[in-house]
Design a protein around this ligand. Structure first.
Ligand code: AMP
Length: 207
């Protein structure tokens, strides 16, 4: 299966993807995670990417498409993959059409108010990348590996509103682009509640 998770930042794509790959043998490809790794490496590209990410803007299409193309050519993608955070523009979607045939696009749906609330309260583990609501981790430590949790620079209020504007302008048009393969699931419940109907849908698709 080749799947795209589409949805605004903070809608729960990453959490859903992590649940999916526990049950289905798919490579999880998160462009946000790939760019954060790139920033950590301190390379020239990493430094450029950091200032773009901190502002809430998108990394240029050419750079993003090249990175994804290279990633999709790896062996672990042969049995299928789940794209989390890519494509984010029509240009990226058009490039992807030339690289691979996507089976289904899952739209992760959440109200803007809930997104702002979740992103503002999100804390991310510096080491393993797990995310938590700050109210669930009073000691500020990761529940998986006990490392320090931080608020991502792009989860701060000004950047959140910019990211949501960027989503509306550049990424929301993909809903139309993929109208022939799109299924919508609400992520308003807990991660488990969100995942249950998605799992049932993917099991059917797999059969
Ligand atoms: P995410 O963790 O998916 O919210 O991504 C964090 C940031 O990485 C975004 O705000 C962008 O700056 C950058 N990014 C991630 N995926 C893409 C993409 N497909 N195209 C352009 N920029 C991206």
């Amino acid at each position: 299966m080749k799947i795209i998770l589409l949805g605004a930042p903070g809608s729960g794509k990453g959490t859903l993807a992590k649940n999916i790959v526990k049950d289905f043998s798919l490579a999880h490809i998160s462009t946000g995670d790939m760019f954060r790794e790139c920033v950590k490496s301190g390379s020239e590209l990493g430094n450029k990417v950091k200032s773009i990410m901190d502002s809430g803007a998108l990394v240029p299409d050419e750079v993003t498409i090249e990175i994804v193309k290279d990633r999709l050519s790896k062996d672990d993608c042969k049995n299928g993959f789940i794209l989390d955070g890519f494509p984010r523009t029509i240009k990226q979607a058009e490039a992807l059409e030339k690289i691979s045939q996507i089976d289904t696009v899952i739209l992760v749906d959440l109200s803007k108010e809930e997104i702002i609330e979740r992103l503002s309260a999100r804390r991310t583990c510096l080491k393993c990348g797990s995310t938590f609501n700050k109210n669930d981790v009073p000691n500020g430590k990761c529940l998986n590996c006990e490392s320090e949790l931080i608020q991502r620079d792009d989860d701060k209020p000004l950047t959140i509103s910019n990211r949501l504007e960027v989503y509306e302008k550049n990424t929301a048009p993909l809903i139309n682009f993929y109208s022939d393969r799109l299924v919508k699931f609400s992520s308003a419940g807990t991660p488990e509640e969100t995942y249950r109907p998605v799992k049932a849908f993917l099991k059917k698709l797999e059969a």
